[in-house]
Design a binder for this molecule. Structure first.
Ligand SMILES: N[C@@H](CCC(=O)N[C@@H](CS)C(=O)NCC(=O)O)C(=O)O
Length: 302
């Protein structure tokens, strides 16, 4: 029944619109048939016009219906209200960067934060973790891939699924680098994220305002460690974790940094500081990622 739920939410409106337009076209055909038929019985116009009109709904159905069997991957995201950017979630940005980098057609389905768990349970989406009490912890991002009829949750497993399922798309996990990239995730968490997270989520116990300068300093130190690792790639400061090629490590860094940019604002002191740290390393990384920083399609920028 999941396909039905998916269909009702995603395609029912399109389907109903097409259905009613087709009905309208059919009624018009009958109307023209009737009026022309009775008024111009003797004239060739009747035979010329009616088949053409009858073709209309049929053609419409032929061309419009395939548009409904949508093959776009659906990316579930939660809209933000606290900042000017609706798309703010760092974990969802990781998935969006992956989809954009891989050029995989997709569209965003916006759901409200309190609805995540109910929707995941209804669609049978796997949880991304288990809570201490044993209950599933449902989160965004999760995706639905109509090609394989699969729901996948959790940003890293989603990236791995897309890499596996679309092997011809640009790679983010080069052969032999899986272990190294997993290790990067732990390092990033320990060095950077654990200091950044309380600051960004305004966890007052962990990050009271008077401690902010100290905490930002820890973020800078953590990023400094990552910068030092990246400098080991060579004299010429490389832009990416693996040197001159993009990998999932860069997606992770960009996903968390874009959170700061979008929530605090690109004009904020915090963001201005970050882009300047470590010889402009983070500013350069984020400039590189600007080409994948769009929602659904370049034309559909929010
Ligand atoms: N490990 C998950 C974590 C995802 C996550 O924590 N997502 C947040 C939004 S950024 C969420 O959905 N939270 C729901 C909740 O806390 O109830 C991933 O990488 O995708």
């Amino acid at each position: 029944m999941h396909w039905l739920a998916e269909f009702i939410r995603e395609d029912a409106l399109v389907f109903l619109s097409i259905y009613f337009i087709t009905l309208l076209a059919l009624s018009l055909t009958l109307y023209i048939e009737a009026s022309v038929g009775t008024l111009h019985m003797k004239y060739p116009i009747r035979t010329g016009l009616t088949p053409a009109c009858s073709l209309l709904p049929a053609l419409f159905l032929c061309f419009a219906t395939p548009g409904m069997s949508d093959t776009d991957i659906i990316l579930y995201d939660i809209p933000g209200t606290a900042s000017k950017d609706k798309d703010w979630s760092p974990n969802v940005w990781k998935t969006r960067f992956v989809l954009n980098y891989k050029k995989l057609p997709h569209r965003t389905s916006w759901i409200e934060y309190p609805d995540i768990a109910a929707l995941c349970a209804e669609l049978n989406v796997p949880s991304s973790a288990i809570r201490r009490d044993g209950s599933p912890y449902y989160t965004v991002p999760f995706i639905y891939d109509p090609l394989t009829c699969t729901h996948v949750s959790d940003s890293l497993p989603i990236a791995q699924y897309l890499e596996r399922t679309y092997p011809d798309s640009p790679r983010l996990f080069p052969d032999g680098m899986h272990a190294a990239l997993r290790a990067f995730e732990d390092m990033w968490h320990d060095r950077v994220l654990q200091h950044l997270f309380p600051l960004m989520t305004n966890l007052n116990d962990l990050a009271p305002v008077e401690k902010h300068p100290e905490l930002w300093d820890r973020v800078r130190t953590g990023l400094g460690r990552v910068d030092a690792y990246m400098n080991a790639n060579g004299e010429d400061p490389t832009k990416f974790w693996l040197g001159d090629r993009v990998s999932y490590a860069d997606v992770t860094m960009a996903g968390w940094l874009v959170w700061v940019k979008r929530v605090l604002g690109s004009e904020s002191n915090e963001w201005r500081n970050i882009v300047g740290w470590h010889g402009g390393r983070w500013g350069r990384l984020m400039e590189e990622f600007e080409r994948w920083e769009f929602v659904d399609s370049p034309k559909a920028r929010l």
